[in-house]
Design a protein around this ligand. Sequence first.
Ligand SMILES: CC(C)[C@H](C(=O)O)[C@@H](O)C(=O)O
Ligand code: SF4
Length: 484
Amino acid sequence: MSTHKKTMFEKIWEQHIVHEEPGKPSLLYIDLHLIHEVTSPQAFEGLRLAGRSVRRPDLTFATMDHNVPTQNLPEVKDPISAKQMSTLSANCKEFKIPLFDLNHPNQGIVHVIGPELGLTWPGKTIVCGDSHTSTHGAFGALAFGIGTSEVEHVLATQCLPQSKPKTMEVHLKGALPPGTGAKDIILGVIAKYGTDFATGTVIEYTGDILKELSMEERMTICNMSIEGGARAGLIAPDETTYSYLKGRAHAPKADEFDQYVERWDALKTDPGASYDFRVELDLAELEPQVTWGTSPGMGANISSNVPNPADFETATDKKTVQLALDYMGLSAGTRISDIKIDRVFIGSCTNGRLEDLRAAAKVVNGYSIADHVHAMVVPGSRTVKAQAEEEGLDKIFTAAGFEWRDAGCSMCLAMNDDILQPGERCASTSNRNFEGRQGKGGRTHLVSPMMAAAAAISGHFVDVRKWDFKSQPSDQATAQKEAL
Ligand SMILES: CC(C)[C@H](C(=O)O)[C@@H](O)C(=O)O
Ligand code: SF4
């Protein structure tokens, strides 16, 4: 018997090898293929030209997200957006693929609805023509983004040739300080190690803190693995994973669930198994994070200042930082908490889930947004929207002056009507702050939902560790109960 100790990644990888030849990529079986309107049209066109069908339409699910207008539905003014969505509809109809379109109650961002519908399981291989497919790794699934030609390959064969990536352990040491959360963890990791520290690897996050994190928080972390260069991010499944999944529409049925749990438990990395690389973040030092530059790695603590290019070592770094500050309209030495913002975007596949909206609403409750700020909340899916409305979160946001929108990628990227104007500065819960990402000339600061909410109210970034929370409706109910 082999004594080789295996990581979770190796186990999932081995279970999915369909064919292997020395010196060649392995052919992997794909358990779940998610598609959206942006990266699928050419893939379907390729299938048609080759006269092929979709091998497993039952393992393929489509949604509309990137181009979706988030208000005044069902009207789609932009002709390119309308075309992409009608093309997806026609393709799904022709190839018999289930589609969550603008009329469907389950429509939403692809990485929000997969888990929500119970399609994302531990141990699955999951692909999508979208880099943030890494989100699904929060369940212990090997999930990665693929290109359009690969989308075509998976549609046609349900398999994908892949070279075996190396593994990286990202160890999260200690406990989360008050006022910090999952978004600060991943922004903190990338600020510390850069946007290429994990290039081409599959990350596994480890550390006791993970047990305490909800699935939503785990998804936020895995989502941004790609911003550190990784192909995928993994978190070992546990009771939190299983209870999230149980009972969802596409989860294993109740009578089979325990058998699956046994299999999923066995996927965990063997004690003593080794990774190719390892980095560590000491959470004791973690503060609420705000990015100041034009890459997710240009991040800083809320208590710090905008860096000075002169303090960087190499000429290249000095230049890169100066260019970023020029684009961002920031001067070295400015306190991060003095940076004034014009816009706030709460949403995206990083932070557009119910728990994110709850965290933001808790900050917002009882306040109004600053006069000069234009703020919006865009739920990641229609389900999230409906649940949030059931809890009255929409009322908290609208009473404070936020716009309450329909589900989609929205201002995460400038592919729909929600865009920044040149020079506008935005506190955004999304995952990318590249030049022009939210609109030409727009300036993006990546932050947590709490920070975005607090910035909307204050008009600038603030130390959310000191936020004065007004009492919550639920707190009041508890206080009344306790008084009786
Ligand atoms: C449009 C799509 C291909 C893209 C991605 O792959 O990530 C988008 O979702 C993004 O976040 O930039
Ligand atoms: S929300 Fe943003 S990051 Fe996520 S899939 Fe949409 S565009 Fe990409």
